[in-house]
Write a protein that binds this ligand. Structure first.
Ligand code: ZN
Length: 246
């Protein structure tokens, strides 16, 4: 039997051994034969599939057994995927160390206002996700800019500008011209994580690498150990990426 492309095994032909679950999703196993020397298993996060590439003459049976041996590892990786958490009325919005409840009614004023531990917002329901996300981005920029400017001033660092974006693979970046950009999603993380990320990017204003000298500056800026923040992002970062999606 020959498979020419990833799509040849259809959903209808899927058996339990060819399905993986993780992060609230089901991922089909897709098999392709190619001129490769050995079997290769890859997680395609965007296509949401587990992909097996087989050398042309390896039979499928033993290959599927081999895949099954890797099942635990694969499902562990899949569990780390962002679990989508769409913006809906009544949801809890993490904001730094606080947890705010989203209080929506069409008749409320459209502008997001914070009242105690509630975020109140009105207007059409379909505009709610965009409205809240824009508000969160503004909060993120305000907070990250204030923290960065204060820390840079205190330590005499040549910070030029602060911006926010939504990169998928990094929480911050620093250019040699002194411009720093952060993920706006840091506003959804506890304060110590946001602060440690700010200190990390500012430390790059002195050293553009991750050398021991860099870490010495980072510790000095932060005043304590940056590792707990890094661990937190490793464990929960995907949750931040799932916010507002799905
Ligand atoms: Zn870095």
């Amino acid at each position: 039997m020959m498979w020419l492309n990833w799509k040849t095994i259809s959903w209808a032909a899927m058996t339990a051994e060819r399905l993986f679950s993780g992060g609230g999703h089901i991922f089909p196993l897709e098999v392709k034969r190619a001129a490769v020397r050995r079997m290769n298993l890859r997680l395609d996060m965007r296509g949401r599939a587990v992909r097996l590439t087989l050398p042309r003459f390896v039979p499928l049976g033993p290959a599927l057994k081999w895949v099954d041996e890797k099942r635990d590892w694969v499902e562990m990786q899949l569990a780390k995927l962002p679990s989508p958490s769409p913006i809906v009325p009544g949801m809890v919005v993490p904001l730094g160390d606080e947890a705010l409840t989203l209080d929506w009614a069409e008749s409320y004023p459209r502008r997001v206002v914070r009242i105690g531990d509630q975020l109140r917002v009105g207007g059409p329901l379909e505009a709610l996700p965009g409205r809240l996300t824009r508000w969160l981005k503004r909060q993120a920029l305000e907070r990250l800019e204030a923290e960065s400017r204060a820390m840079a001033a205190e330590h005499g660092l040549p910070l030029t500008s602060v911006g926010v974006g939504d990169p998928t693979s990094r929480w911050g970046s620093c250019s040699s011209s002194g411009a720093i950009r952060y993920s706006w999603r840091l506003i959804l993380a506890p304060d110590f994580v946001l602060k440690a990320t700010v200190a990390h990017e500012l430390a790059h204003l002195k050293h553009m690498d991750h050398s021991p000298r860099f870490y010495a500056v980072l510790r000095e800026l932060l005043g304590n150990d940056p590792k707990p923040a890094r661990d937190w992002l490793k464990a929960h970062g995907q949750k931040l990426h799932g916010f507002g999606r799905g």
